[in-house]
Design a binder for this molecule. Structure first.
Ligand code: DGT
Ligand code: MG
Length: 596
């Protein structure tokens, strides 16, 4: 994760992270915890009153007398038992609501936070994390964290409260019997610790398998055309099947791990009633313990055996939380490298549109060779610069430096005379209209896609920009015109149609700098000419930087730049470059089919 300087999540304690993010609901959550403790301590009341009843009214020399003359006490005991049970029910309901609502609130808050984080990341982040993996983090992993808050912590508190209260009560009644029952506990803890060691890595692996499965599914569903074109359905189905069965197997091994430890825990837990029966029996015979007390011990023995039994599932869920939270915290604490300088300049909203490269060099962080070297040029406001060059020579990389998608490795990129690193990213990018080489349109109406950068754009403006990009004719022929849904679940569009909508989208923000990356490559010559003509007559001032392969697109530009292997090899007007008889000249000859 070196690209994004993601701090290792282990540096942040998980529980502390949860606690920090509970801010705003902490008091409410603590109320839930207190409710849980109260409810569990109250579990002791029934056996307590049962013991009292037995010792006063059943197993007592004066039982008949007591029943006769102390009948009121008998009713008080009964009423107390019923009353306390009712109160306990209310508390259980209340705490259940609290844990559920706090955990849902947490889930909502963190999911929004993560989405925000992901949206603000720079390009490097997106080449590091795969979509399927990010989706897993935002869904399954987050649910494991929610489960921790709603169930795991609650169950731990309940178990500890119940166990402790019962033990205190037991010690109060008979310290010796209580101590003998306690002897089992360390054995159980040893088994549980061993289980934790065993199951922890399995949860981590399980989580990786799920993420891999999601990534495969996501890539194949969005890339289904390629799968079909190469008739690779069978291969992809088999690949998924393999991943799926591996996931299923890992799931089973993880779930079955507990079964290895379960018999030991169960044996220890079952030993308790036996010890109680033997030792308690002897104590009753010796007169050390009353029948009522024995009944209380017996009625509560589950309260120390059950928490031990639930230790297994608590540990299981805790390990799942551990694996999931590490993944979430990685995103949570990640910081984009490209962000606003705290001392960023306060510039007027609309730029003039002067672009200057000063000795710019650039290399991708994961790349070995420099992509651009020593690039210097200037485009004055309102001018048009055309960039040409063989595939892979660095054209797209160059224009991506203007909106600061990547940081230069040497030199400076200046807009209106200011280094882009000193500008507010939002402001810089708001001034740039970019039609990227890979067109991505949203599953939305044509209108919604064109007005993406300015949702309040009036309909007549949308139509105007569609006209600029020579898209209005084909849009008018669509079944529902501008309201036709396009994108993944909508009407299919041709490559050239998509490019024209993408151009209209870039124009619709009235950028002071318009960047077109091969935007008319799939458009026929006639339509392209139309587009060129309207770009000359936009109703707002705009600097244009146009990457293209066709001479017809570039020849009217104020400047034409030829890039070769990351260097500028030619720069000038059409006439100048033709005279030079270099790369540009050879392109002209090739494309026009005549010696010029
Ligand atoms: P095109 O669109 O095929 O006409 O080619 P250009 O001129 O737009 O090339 P460009 O800038 O996309 O790529 C220049 C070089 O940089 C090429 O060798 C591939 C490499 N490159 C492009 N994108 C990345 C990236 O995200 N990471 C790394 N490591 N290398 C990249
Ligand atoms: Mg390119």
């Amino acid at each position: 994760m070196e690209n994004n300087s993601l701090p290792s999540s282990t540096r942040h304690s998980r529980v502390k992270w949860v606690w920090t993010n509970l801010k705003g609901r902490r008091a409410f959550y603590c109320l839930g915890i207190m409710g849980s403790i109260t409810f569990n301590v109250m579990q002791l009341t029934i056996p307590f009153f049962v013991a009292k009843l037995i010792d006063t009214f059943i197993d007592n020399e004066n039982a008949a007398y007591n029943l006769e003359h102390n009948r009121q006490l008998f009713y008080i005991y009964l009423a107390a038992m019923v009353g306390l049970t009712l109160i306990r029910t209310v508390i259980v309901y209340g705490t259940g609501m609290i844990f559920e609502s706090v955990s849902q609130w947490f889930l909502y808050k963190i999911r929004n936070f993560l989405y925000d984080k992901v949206q603000r990341q720079d390009m490097n982040f997106y080449s590091t994390f795969r979509t399927g993996d990010l989706m897993t983090r935002m869904t399954g992993d987050l649910d494991a964290v929610r489960h921790m808050i709603a169930w795991v912590i609650k169950t731990i508190i309940e178990s500890v409260a119940l166990y402790t209260a019962t033990m205190v009560y037991f010690f109060f009644m008979d310290w010796l019997l209580a101590s003998i029952l306690l002897v089992i506990s360390p054995l159980i803890f040893i088994v549980i610790l061993q289980f934790r060691k065993d199951v922890g890595p399995k949860h981590a692996l399980l989580r990786e398998k799920l993420s891999g499965l999601n990534t495969d599914a996501q890539e194949n569903i969005s890339g289904n055309r390629v799968v079909k074109a190469f008739a690779r359905e069978k291969y992809e189905i088999e690949k998924f099947d393999k991943g799926n069965s591996e996931y299923s197997e890992t799931n089973q091994t993880t779930a079955l791990t507990w079964l290895k430890y379960y018999p030991a825990i169960e044996t220890f837990a079952n030993l308790m009633p036996i010890i109680l029966l033997v030792v308690g029996g002897i104590f009753i015979i010796d007169g050390r313990l009353s029948t009522g007390q024995f009944a209380a011990f017996s009625g509560l023995i589950w309260a120390i055996a059950n928490p031990m039994r639930s230790l297994g599932s608590i540990m299981n869920e805790f390990q799942r939380f551990k694996a999931a939270s590490a993944k979430i915290m990685e995103i949570y604490y990640s910081e984009p490298k490209i962000k606003d300088d705290p001392k960023a300049l306060d510039l007027p909203d609309r730029f003039k549109g002067r672009v200057e490269f000063k000795n710019v060099s650039f290399k991708y962080e994961d790349g070995k060779l420099p992509v651009l070297e020593n690039i210097s040029f200037t485009v004055e406001p309102g001018e048009t610069l055309a960039i040409m060059g063989e595939t892979g020579c660095g054209k797209t990389s160059l224009i991506h430096l203007i909106p600061r998608f990547y940081e230069v490795t040497g030199g400076q990129v200046l807009v209106d005379g200011h280094d882009v690193r000193q500008m507010k990213l939002h402001q810089l990018r708001k001034n740039i209209g970019l039609a990227t080489q890979d067109v991505l349109l949203y599953s939305d109406t044509i209108d919604g896609n064109i007005a993406y950068g300015d949702e309040h754009l009036p309909k007549n403006e949308v139509v105007k920009f569609a006209r600029y990009s020579a898209a209005s004719d084909f849009i008018a022929k669509m079944p529902e015109g501008y309201d036709t849904i396009i994108g993944e679940r909508g009407v299919g569009l041709s490559g050239g149609q998509k490019q024209r909508i993408s151009l209209a989208r870039a124009l619709a923000i009235r950028p002071s700098i318009l960047i077109l990356d091969d935007t008319t490559s799939a458009v026929d010559m006639e339509t392209e000419k139309e587009i060129q003509e309207s770009l000359k007559h936009l109703d707002f001032p705009c600097t244009k930087i146009i990457i293209a392969q066709r001479i017809s697109t570039t020849k009217n530009a104020d400047k034409i730049m030829v890039l070769q292997n990351g260097h500028i090899t030619e720069m000038g007007t059409h006439e100048e470059l033709v005279k030079k008889r270099g790369y540009y000249w050879s392109l002209v000859s090739l494309q026009t089919g005549e010696e010029v």
